[in-house]
Design a binder for this molecule. Structure first.
Ligand SMILES: Nc1ncnc2c1ncn2[C@@H]1O[C@H](COP(=O)(O)OP(=O)(O)O)[C@@H](O)[C@H]1O
Ligand SMILES: [Mg+2]
Length: 284
């Protein structure tokens, strides 16, 4: 019997659905709470984590470090350590996308608030988006739409952890009040949604009230999503795109993506498809 372990730190709707889908497929599924485990670096982990592990930890650091542990101990992880490193950092992701000729917003990185302010004025003409290089759910993603706002946000960053002093600044993309979240599993684009921004926010994250509506997958969307997924190393992803005046552009590739809102909006059984993929990969 194929054994799949699901690594988690919080059980959300997604992790329950993955567990149940695995059981239905006849897999031996083990839920592993990384908060309770001791990862002994000096020993082999044997068959403890089964034939393959599905990484679902919400915390960026737990996710990355437990993936590293398993991979170095010879357990395949979906997604791989390389992929977790690239997609867990917006700067690394942008670099990889650009290297692979995938359209992505103009982005400039600086390391002091003064240098960032200069870039804001001279490169972005006084309107830009500032993001932490690691983060999700739209947290601390700030729209700098005038000089005073920019100054306030950039100065605040000087008093935060060093990670926030990596000033990842991006052109504001003149898009409709929505973006696209496209789901890739292995070689397939399985479904996608538009996320409409709520009345009181410029960000479209469903964690901020963004509304999920089914998106028809065109050939252009399919090709772009697969190209982005391949560029970051392949696996299971939510590829985020925006409709810019010059066509579709990719702004993020999500590594441990949520799909609670996508399943009812699209009718696609995402947990089942992911577990089938894990099963196939385990036997490969
Ligand atoms: N350059 C941009 N131009 C316009 N809107 C953006 C831009 N970057 C991000 N957004 C909006 O902000 C949201 C959050 O940004 P994102 O880069 O996806 O960070 P997070 O990892 O927090 O989701 C996006 O889903 C989108 O709605
Ligand atoms: Mg996002």
């Amino acid at each position: 019997m194929t054994k799949v372990s699901i690594l988690f730190d919080i059980i959300r709707w997604e992790e329950k659905a993955l567990y149940e889908a695995g059981k239905k497929l006849g897999l031996d599924v083990e839920m592993v709470d990384v908060k309770e485990k001791a990862f002994n670096l000096s020993k082999d982990c044997g068959i403890e984590f089964g034939d393959i592990a599905l990484q679902r930890s919400v915390s960026y650091y737990r996710n990355l470090h437990t993936t590293a542990y398993l991979e170095y101990k010879g357990v395949r992880v979906i997604n791989s350590l390389h992929t977790a490193i690239v997609t867990g950092n917006k700067m690394f992701t942008t670099l990889v996308l650009q290297k692979n000729n995938i359209p992505t917003p103009k982005t400039i990185v600086t390391f002091t608030s003064d240098a960032a302010m200069k870039v804001f004025r001279e490169e972005f003409n006084g309107k830009a988006v500032l993001k932490p290089v690691s983060g999700s759910w739209g947290r601390m993603v700030a729209l700098l739409n005038d000089e005073a706002a920019a100054q306030a946000v950039l100065e605040d960053r000087d008093y935060m952890y060093p990670m926030y002093q990596v000033f990842y600044m991006q052109e504001y993309v003149n898009r409709p009040p929505r973006d696209l979240r496209i789901f890739v599993v292995g070689e397939e684009v399985i479904t996608g949604i538009y996320r409409y921004q709520p009345q009181d926010d410029w960000r479209t994250n469903t964690a901020r009230g963004g509304r999920a509506v089914k998106c028809e997958i065109t050939e252009e969307i399919r090709e772009l999503a697969l190209k982005a997924a391949e560029a970051v190393g392949g696996g299971v992803f939510g590829v985020d795109m925006m409709e810019s005046p010059h066509g579709l552009i990719v702004h993020e590739v999500n590594n441990t993506t949520e799909f609670k809102n996508t399943v009812p909006a699209t009718g696609v059984d995402i947990p089942k498809i992911i577990m089938e993929y894990a099963m196939k990969e385990a036997r490969r």
